[in-house]
Design a protein around this ligand. Sequence first.
Ligand code: FES
Ligand SMILES: [Fe+2]
Length: 418
Amino acid sequence: MDNHESAVLELEELEVIQKGWDQERHFFKNKVHPDDFPPLPELSAARYTDDAFFQLEQEHLWSKVWILAGFANEIAKPGDFKAMEINGRPIVLVRGKDDQIRAFYNVCRHRGSTVCKTANGNAKQLTCPYHGWTYDLEGNLQFVPAQHEFPALDPAQKPLRSIRCEMNGNLIYVTFDDHAQPHAQYLGNIGLLMADIPFDQVMHYETVSWTVESNWKSVQDAFSEAYHARFVHSQTAHQSLDTTAPVKYLFKNGHYVQINKSRQGEAGIFGQNQEAEDESRTIGQMKPLTRYGQRAYNLFPNLTLPITEGAFSVIAIWPIDVGISRIDLHFLKICPDGELVVTEEDREAVIQFSAVIDEDIATLAGMHNAMTSGGLDSVPLSYGEQALYNFHREVDRLIGPERIDPALLVQDANIPVH
Ligand code: FES
Ligand SMILES: [Fe+2]
């Protein structure tokens, strides 16, 4: 491990976090704003409501970032495929005969029919339903009915167009940018902090989805701060976590983590009875912090990974339209031996966590309408909402500030990031 890595890993060492929690608690209790943190600029409300801004995001943001497209065990066997649209682009993930997972545009190179019409399946080859052009599992055009009628056609020049695809353990990421940096580099330091999470052992067992009349950034904002939790989640998340004083770290590329202290550990994480209790609990290779708090990683642009002992999920937010979003809540399980067994407890986790998201949905419902009403022109940001600043600055950086109406730009507050 080099110096840089150990300096980053220190950020989530138990002693460092405990100190951080104490300090945040002090700020909160004594109503103190930290001296060394600048006031944050307000965000123009039009960033959430303006059609032109939404188009800029589609064109310049979603075309450049790494996007979570699925989980390895959704396409476990050679020939398994998963077809979906990512922001209007039809794509298909396919596991090849060589066991490799690949991503393609789900678009036939003949006249553009989608090739895989079902969301999931298993096939020996991918046959377009329109005129029967057939691709192998590696995307090569293998067979063209009545090929002699296309004398100029070279099938080798017409594979399904591939999309860059990289695995982070069992998580499948794609990007539409052929020049994007590798996924691990895109994560940067936050990736180092997540290195203890056994992504290579996680298996997906359930997804619950919601549609909400809110801009996707309003929804992502809601998963990037704990400020709302003592109101919206007073009877749920706030009961198990102290959501008033999280430790917060901003990262480059718009990533963020906030770490909320678990109430179980309230007596002090070095409490006397902790050791006896610890023996019955397993976190495997995960860092000790896992026992004492919840780390919620926001991976730009649309993911939240709340990590606690025994619970593992991924929240993904998708823009449907400027004022409509979809939330996918994926439930995952750590399966060291690669066998997925879904227990009653796992089913209960789905019910419980979905109920927490229902609380968010209730506040976010109709927010787009409210924000376009003329009742709000800008959004003030608190110290506790610093992730929103970092996120929105990254949105601007990707779009290119020169393309954005100056009135909508987020002003630089000059905050260092990790
Ligand atoms: S569009 Fe696919 S075979 Fe014609
Ligand atoms: Fe929430």
